[in-house]
Ligand binder design. Structure first.
Ligand code: ITT
Length: 195
């Protein structure tokens, strides 16, 4: 099945391709010649995920999925959440975002957090559906590892001794928020069209 990925984040593209595998012919926005920033005007991951998927579906009329994700830290009142990409400012820099989080967590005992992904699927048969994946963990006091992206170096998933950034992609994908949402999405399509 041919499906368009409504994201400009190449790390997401890699992870999503790796999880969905050969069941899907994945088209990236770059491959489709779409260079635009996607609109994200909502206050929730659900709203932004839907907005990105609708925007690309309306433009190309191809089945598509969008991913909106964020890190929710309990001791920071669930921040950065929907603001994860630009938490420290419009430069959208991962190191700046991590440093801000680590500074804000100084003196706070509860460092528990969840990564959450909302995948929205839209197709030309009128289907519009969302799939949510969550992984629990804790925020470390310093960065560990060089793999992955975003907040991966400070996120230690519960029950593991390595951060997401110390894991190879297959390990991260076996437990991540994104892969959990994608498994639900794949299951839905399998039940629906027998993929
Ligand atoms: P698109 O909107 O084009 O998909 P984006 O990077 O702006 O790309 P989001 O709006 O969903 O994506 O922002 C999510 C941010 O949350 C992302 O930039 C990272 O900082 C963080 N994030 C999301 N998933 C993550 C993951 O698996 N590991 C580490 N950080 C992640």
């Amino acid at each position: 099945m041919k499906i368009c990925l409504a994201t400009n984040n190449k790390h997401k593209v890699d992870e999503i391709r790796n999880v969905l595998g050969k069941n899907y012919e994945i088209l990236t926005l770059k491959e489709m010649g779409c260079e635009e920033e996607l609109p994200e005007t909502g206050n929730t991951l659900e709203a932004n995920s839907l907005e990105k998927a609708q925007y690309i579906f309306n433009k190309y009329r191809l089945a598509c999925i969008a991913d909106d994700s964020g890190l929710e830290i309990m001791g920071l009142g669930l921040k950065p959440g929907v603001d994860s990409a630009h938490y420290a400012g419009p430069q959208r820099n991962a190191d700046d975002n991590i440093n801000l989080v680590l500074n804000q967590l100084k003196g706070i005992n509860d460092r528990s957090a969840v990564f959450k992904t909302v995948i929205t699927y839209i197709d030309s048969y009128g289907v519009s559906k969302q799939f949510v994946g969550i992984v629990e963990g804790n925020i470390l006091e310093e960065k560990l590892g060089n793999n992955g992206f975003g907040y991966d170096p400070i996120f230690l998933p519960s029950g593991f001794t390595k951060t997401f950034a110390e894991m190879v992609q297959e390990e991260k994908n076996s437990i991540s928020h994104r892969s959990r949402a994608l498994v639900l999405f794949h299951q839905f399509l399998s039940d629906k069209v027998g993929m």
